[in-house]
Design a protein around this ligand. Structure first.
Ligand code: HEC
Length: 605
């Protein structure tokens, strides 16, 4: 089975306050599951039903499925122990033979074909694709129709942004299955099973005569896989902390890989016995060829020490999004999250410039000082907050006068322009949302050189009457949140605001107009997905909706899996080679579940 031993060993090394004894599955079950699953309530599958599930399936339910809200209180080794205690060893059935392509190798040689590689087509993270590479122009957009749909078996969330290279689509999934598909038909070339859910956009790099496709998972593993065949080249945990979670895509430059490191630890505090907190966000540079480390820089200089009963600090400042490359200045920019526990530190909620070769901090600009927050605070109300992480990558743009500018959107709802030549001095700042724990600006903006496009989340959660047997304690407000703003990059002037489209009376539970998903741009067009499940194209000139597709329905998938669409959230759509490809489904925090990858083209051809 999984590398349980490594995880337990590392955990016990770093958190001396906890017992080093391996977790007992039976004990975890009695303490954390039996209250519901042995209660005899008709709505809850009884223990005998859970025993018919595969271990890997139970673990996915805990890691990313309907039990996620309960499982955030458990350490990874506890989840693995209870899954092993309950389930049948192994995983669910493999896809049908008909789902595979006849050609099982992904051909990547013969460059020149259009690409979308990693978080953004360019390492400046603009999320902008020129017409030629997009293979789509303004006039094509109203004619976009579904070309194929691919289902992620058993998943309720679809959140790995696809990478498209030479007619191949590389995409991760919540089950940890990473797939290489033929972009034209959606047939499978190969599958790779990661240890945890893969959310990061896969990143491709050349290794001489071969290629590596690289991605991280939600329990902290990072992988380099041969892009042609799906064979594992190396696998590594760039950060040993037990709660490590990799969400942002990596960046590659001259044989070195730069990995952003975030964590789950903020929500571990719903367990009052959890020693909060010890995780520190970081950027780790590894050699692509073998995964050996070049440097590692923590976003908090000092290690956490014990500050009270079950209290440790400083902690936090996770890096959730892909680093941005500035080869001219020889630096890498990252944006950081909040502190989880006191004391507050100077590089939380900040833009940080790191020297490419050494990882040394060249400068940092903190936009929200003193932001100490964790999940327990939101119920106890005893931390200052306000939980204004950066969840999205910094954009590096060039102005008409030849000067460079950095653009950063924060969960506070504010978009900043910073001067890379003056230690990140703020050039302008504009509010595009109310801000809050789920954005503000959440997963990413796009820019086309003149304008930057910031979607507003401002998702608001309704506290439903507490039902002790419902693992989903809250739902989203169907009337609040959303909107898309275009700002002039030169001065921050608001060019237009396209208002949110509120959920209709027949909308599914979990509908919200919030636009948390990362934005994508091609010349004249901006794509923004919403928690209501719609992917919309807006005219870049005036913000009018020129195309709208409601992804919330059932699909006939090319791999024969039953699939439905749901909320659009997290990483965004990619436009490449005449296609627009997006994931649909996001069953977190009360949003609409779904498990489908959708590919659109002009007239579906
Ligand atoms: C607060 C009550 C509650 C607790 C505590 C709880 N569960 Fe659940 N569990 C449910 C409910 C309700 C469902 C059905 C959810 C649905 O289908 O929407 C469920 C579903 C599941 C499923 C999915 C079954 C399937 O058919 O796919 C698994 C697996 C599961 N629980 C495992 C666990 C484990 C392991 C624990 C302890 C770590 C646990 N649950 C704790 C209420 C609970």
């Amino acid at each position: 089975m999984r590398s349980v031993l490594t995880v337990v060993f590392v955990w016990s090394m770093f958190i001396p306050a906890l017992s080093a004894a391996p977790a007992s599955g039976e004990a975890v079950y009695k303490q954390r599951c039996a209250g519901c699953h042995d209660s005899g309530s008709g709505r809850i599958p009884p223990r005998d039903e859970l025993k018919k599930l595969r271990v890997a399936q139970i673990l996915r339910t805990l890691d990313f499925g309907v039990m996620n809200n309960i499982a955030t209180k458990l350490r990874q080794d506890e989840r693995e122990a209870v899954a092993a205690y309950l389930g049948i060893p192994g995983d669910t059935a493999k896809p049908a033979a008909t789902a595979y392509c006849t050609e099982r190798t992904a051909k990547l040689a013969g460059a020149g074909k259009a690409q979308w590689n990693g978080w953004s087509p360019a390492s400046t993270n603009t999320r902008y694709q020129a017409n030629e590479a997009a293979g789509l122009s303004f006039g094509d957009i109203p004619r976009l129709k579904l070309k194929w749909a691919y289902g992620f078996d058993g998943d309720i969330i679809a959140f790995s942004q696809p990478t498209v290279l030479n007619g191949n689509v590389f995409v991760g999934s919540a089950s940890g299955l990473v797939q290489a598909l033929d972009a034209a038909s959606g047939c499978i070339r190969w599958l790779f099973q990661a240890t945890g859910p893969v959310r990061t956009a896969p990143l491709n790099a050349s290794l001489g005569d071969k290629h590596a496709v690289m991605f991280g998972d939600s329990i902290g593993w990072f992988y380099a896989v041969e892009a042609e065949t799906g064979r594992l080249l190396w696998k590594k945990r760039p950060e040993p902390h037990e709660a490590t979670r990799l969400t942002g895509a990596a960046m590659a430059y001259q044989g070195i890989l730069y990995i952003p490191v975030a964590s789950w630890e903020e929500s571990r505090t719903t367990n009052p016995d959890y020693p909060c907190c010890t995780f520190r966000g970081s950027v780790v540079a590894l050699r692509i060829k073998d995964g050996s480390q070049v440097w590692k820089t923590y976003m908090i200089a000092e290690k956490a020490t014990q500050t009270g009963k079950n209290e440790w600090g400083p902690s936090g400042a996770g890096v959730w999004a892909a680093p941005t490359l500035d080869t001219k200045r020889g630096v890498l920019y990252v944006a950081t999250g909040d502190n989880y526990s006191a004391p507050a530190t100077p590089m939380s909620d900040a833009i940080v410039a790191l020297e490419l070769t050494t990882g040394r901090v060249v400068w940092s600009m903190q936009t929200t000082p003193g932001d100490v927050w964790n999940t327990l605070c939101s119920t106890k109300g005893n931390c200052p907050g306000p939980d204004f992480d950066y969840g999205s990558s910094v954009i590096l743009e060039k102005l008409d006068n030849g000067r460079d500018v950095l653009l950063a959107g924060q969960k506070s709802g504010v978009v900043y322009a910073l001067d890379p030549d003056r230690k990140g001095e703020i050039l302008w700042q504009v509010r595009v949302g109310q801000g809050g724990t789920n954005g503000g600006v959440q997963w990413g903006m796009a820019s086309d050189g003149n304008q930057v496009y910031a979607a507003t989340s401002d998702v608001t959660r309704l506290q439903t009457p507490q039902d002790p047997l419902d693992p989903r304690p809250q739902f989203v407000d169907p009337k609040i949140g959303g909107g898309l703003t275009a700002l002039r990059i030169a001065n921050g002037e608001k060019i237009w605001f396209s208002p949110p489209i509120v959920c209709g009376p027949n909308a599914k539970p979990g509908c919200s107009p919030a636009q948390s998903q990362a934005v994508t741009a091609i010349p004249g067009v901006v794509f923004s997905g919403s928690l209501d499940g719609h992917l919309r194209a807006y005219s870049a000139e005036e913000g009018k909706v020129i195309w709208d597709f409601d992804t919330v329905r059932e699909y006939q998938t090319v791999n024969g899996v039953r699939a439905t669409g749901g909320s659009l959230n997290g990483p965004g759509a990619v436009a490449v080679d005449g296609m627009l490809i997006v994931n649909s489904g996001y069953a977190r925090l009360g949003s609409i579940p779904g498990n489908v990858l959708l590919a659109f083209s002009v007239d579906g051809k």
